[in-house]
Design a protein around this ligand. Structure first.
Ligand SMILES: [Zn+2]
Length: 192
């Protein structure tokens, strides 16, 4: 599939099909304005729909010169059910992208060596995956994206087309809708 790509903010590369959703998600992260991020489709991603990663080529250039990939699965195959981007409602996609941008926020604070260790632990330890996924959700909620994040959770957890194995994995590793509401309440209290 050859798709037109749009350059946005001078440093974001975004496939045209998700341009609106990516712009909305990015609008919650003014801190990422100067950060190079490329959103791209990939044939398939193990166990997930999207994945944020620092680009290896400039990983060691220093925190401010790093750039990131957000890979998106063009087909989403979970057990036997196949999804495509077109099946995902806009707000769900915005929540999903917001979560991935939360990973980028988390990566920005880490040193290159820290990121290498992070990558290794992410592969080898489920406990570490849990920490990383919760950090990404927390960044998104703190950025003001709770409604989108909740829409994404609802789409996954209450979707009869998705396998129980996948849903259990998401429930185990990510913030639950209840935990998100607790975070939102805490944020609102802080703003009073
Ligand atoms: Zn994630």
């Amino acid at each position: 599939m050859k798709e037109e790509k749009i350059v946005y903010q001078g440093n974001k590369i975004i496939p045209k099909s998700i341009l609106h959703e990516a712009k909305v998600a990015l609008s919650y992260y003014p801190e990422l304005k100067g950060v190079e991020i490329e959103f791209k489709y990939k044939e398939s991603i193990k166990k997930s729909f999207m994945q944020a990663q620092p680009k290896i080529a400039n990983l060691f250039k220093g925190k401010n010169d790093r750039s990131y990939n957000i890979f998106m699965s063009s087909r989403f195959l979970i057990e036997k059910e196949e999804f495509s981007m077109a099946d995902v409602p806009s707000e769900v996609l915005i929540g999903w992208l917001g979560h991935e941008l939360g990973h980028v926020m988390d990566y920005r604070d880490k040193s290159a060596m820290g990121l290498v260790i992070f990558g290794f632990r992410y592969i080898t330890s489920e406990n570490y995956i849990k920490q990383a996924e919760r950090a990404a959700d927390t960044y998104a909620v703190n950025a003001g994206m709770s409604e989108y994040i909740l829409a994404t959770k609802d789409f996954i957890l209450n979707n009869s087309h998705l396998s129980d194995t996948y849903k259990e994995r998401i429930a185990r590793l990510y913030l639950s809708p209840e935990e998100i509401l607790v975070l939102v309440n805490k944020l609102e209290e802080e703003q009073l």
